[in-house]
Design a protein around this ligand. Structure first.
Ligand code: NAD
Length: 344
């Protein structure tokens, strides 16, 4: 059905997921669909049974943030029992992350129907978390073969999740702008992604059913996901990886909190990137612009509010500096400590 070399992702943008899903299964030659979601309100927006009829063989509604290994094991057991030949992830980065784990483990195609702005649907980056922390990697088999963007599925996305996952996407675009392997094309896309997201997210907070704002945010998140896949992320992503994987902080809100602090640190070493990002966000001081955007979106939590204790800072700084990481400005353990203390 699938092979590890198939990298192309086919996009349906602005369509109706209910209409597209059965056609997508037919194109993939799949007959037994296994759906993964995070359950709750995100699952209620769409009825896999109605849409897929007899093609649906099971729905696993217990996807969790950071893809815990025991969740993967439970989902794989159900997938095998169902004798499924395709995985459909409906939801945010948590559902898509579980879908990636299944796609890698069983070499089946993954269809992603994103309902947040995480951007995960556009990447081959997978992650799994165990008692030993979070491991991530890149695998073409994890990359969704088909992505269906349906803005109707986002109208009910709560304001706080919209805001936080949108800031997670902005973080991808910001670090793509100063990535060592950035190109003219990726820099243009990064500027466009930040412009789209920073102008649409405040409107979404006011009115979650604003169709134009939802469309712009999806476009910005799509670009951000492409950039996350195509460029090397820097210190910001490294810090958030450690805080989420080893200290269990919530992924998207941690990104929102940390981003202005890392941008403030990196700015002197990335002047051209700051000029372009400043124009995109409407503030020449990019770190101040990001902090102001956080406030507008109600994202005022500190790392302390999100669960980091001051006694965790030393260990977090050790973990961040344990692995060399590409970043425009060289950093020391003391720099990381200062960034974490500033965000605490
Ligand atoms: P999420 O998927 O955990 O969703 C957050 C909450 O929103 C959940 O409770 C979910 O049920 C709910 N929800 C989702 N869509 C909804 C909707 N339309 N209406 C109502 N409720 C809805 O959050 P996220 O920020 O999208 O994803 C975070 C996860 O994604 C993390 O585990 C992170 O590591 C991962 N991620 C991976 C990549 C990658 O490329 N691999 C990129 C970004 C994020």
């Amino acid at each position: 059905m699938s092979d590890r070399s198939s990298r192309a992702t086919h996009l349906f943008f602005g369509g109706d997921a209910a209409t597209h899903l059965p056609r997508v299964l037919a194109i993939l030659g799949a007959e037994r669909a296994f759906v993964v979601t995070t359950g709750g309100r995100s699952a209620a927006m769409i009825s896999p049974a109605e849409i897929l009829g007899e093609s649906l063989c099971d729905v696993f509604s217990d996807a969790r943030e950071h893809v815990p290994v025991d969740t993967v094991a439970a989902a794989l057991a159900r997938f095998d029992t169902a004798r499924a030949d395709v995985c459909i992830a409906i939801g945010g980065g948590s559902a898509i992350g579980l879908g990636k784990a299944i796609a890698r483990a069983r070499i089946v195609p993954l269809v992603a129907v994103p309902t947040t702005y995480s951007g995960s649907e556009m990447t081959s980056i997978w992650g799994e978390t165990s008692a030993n922390g979070k491991i991530t990697g890149r695998d073409p088999a994890a990359k969704p073969r088909v992505v269906i963007y349906d803005i109707a599925l986002t109208f009910g996305l709560p304001a706080d999740v919209s805001a936080a996952s949108g800031m997670n996407a902005i973080a991808h675009a910001v670090e793509a702008m100063y990535a060592g392997n950035a190109t003219d094309t990726t820099r243009d896309e990064a500027a466009e992604s930040v412009r789209l997201l920073s102008s649409s997210l405040p409107a979404i907070i006011v009115n979650g059913a604003d169709a134009l704002a939802r469309k712009m945010a999806f476009e910005g998140a799509h670009l951000a996901g492409k950039l996350l896949d195509a460029t090397s992320m820097g210190l910001h992503h490294r810090i958030c990886h450690v805080l989420g994987g080893s200290f269990r902080l919530p992924h998207a809100r941690t990104h929102a909190c940390v981003l202005p602090h890392v941008v403030s640190f990196n700015a002197p070493a990335a002047l051209d990137a700051m000029t372009r990002l400043g124009a995109a966000i409407g503030n020449a001081d990019v770190a101040a612009g990001l902090a102001a955007l956080n406030r507008t979106l109600g994202l005022t939590a500190t790392l302390g509010d999100l669960g980091l204790r001051s006694s965790d800072v030393e260990r977090a700084a050790d973990e961040v500096t344990a692995t060399p990481y590409p970043n425009p400005r060289p950093f020391s353990r003391e720099d990381i400590r200062a960034i974490l203390m500033g965000a605490l």
